[in-house]
Design a binder for this molecule. Structure first.
Ligand code: SAM
Length: 213
């Protein structure tokens, strides 16, 4: 594991010079830090604003999020969806689900968010006749390649898959366990595929932006 991927001063500068979140999202971050023990799980301002920006400029209306936690990235994307847009969020932690629901209820965008409690692969397996404009993968790393292969058929042509933690603290350089390997395998598969085009960005812990051709 590398100490850091991006110089911390540069990281801080980028954070300070990126559009601030809505007041509700700022309270969600504060409450997550105070009550949930793992604030590091939040994708953070740069990734959150990147997701919101992409949703805004891509005519995205249907999103699948794999790994919702307390709802930071879900609400960031929901804020950019049109009124008839929808985001389905998969999450296994009941406490995180209750926490997120309380915040979604306070948001004018909360009714765009549909939480599916349970393992994401089971939820995905239950879908029929559903197509997504965008899939955001941000759950257990060991299933990263499984998530990619399970969701690609559900993504419309021209749609996006965005993968957080795609550099996995640098462990992709020399994978040493199942999780490192799954993230490295996903990156390799995507870069080699003729059916996909992508850019792997070294923002925060890495973000892989993939377009289905
Ligand atoms: C990194 S956090 C997600 C952070 C969130 N996307 C954000 O940026 O605010 C990963 C989440 O995935 C959830 N998770 C882990 N395994 C899962 C599974 N098999 N199915 C659905 N969610 C899972 C965890 O409980 C955790 O809340």
């Amino acid at each position: 594991m590398l100490d850091y991927l991006v110089n911390p001063d540069i990281e801080d500068y980028c954070h300070q010079n990126t559009t601030k979140e809505s007041d509700l999202l700022l309270s969600l971050i504060e409450a997550t830090n105070k009550n949930m023990g793992y604030p590091v799980k939040l994708s953070g301002r740069q990734v959150g604003r990147l997701l919101k920006l992409i949703v805004s400029i891509s005519q995205t209306k249907t999103i699948l999020e794999i790994g919702m936690f307390t709802g930071y990235s879900a609400l960031s994307m929901a804020e950019a969806l049109p009124d008839d847009g929808k985001i389905i969020c998969c999450e296994t932690n009941p406490r995180a689900v209750e926490f997120a629901k309380a915040f979604f209820e306070q948001s004018p965008h909360g009714d765009k968010i549909d939480i599916r409690f349970g393992k994401a692969l089971d939820t995905i397996g239950s879908f029929s006749d559903i197509t997504f404009d965008l899939v955001f993968i941000d759950a257990d790393k060991k299933n990263y390649t499984n998530y990619l292969h399970a969701t690609l058929p559900l993504v419309r042509k021209g749609g996006l898959v965005i993968v957080d933690n795609a550099l996995w603290q640098g462990n992709v350089l020399a994978p040493s366990d199942e999780r490192d390997q799954a993230v490295a395998d996903l990156n390799h598969y995507v870069a080699e595929s003729d059916a996909l085009e992508n850019v792997l960005l070294s923002i925060r812990d890495g973000v892989n932006i993939i377009r289905k051709c």
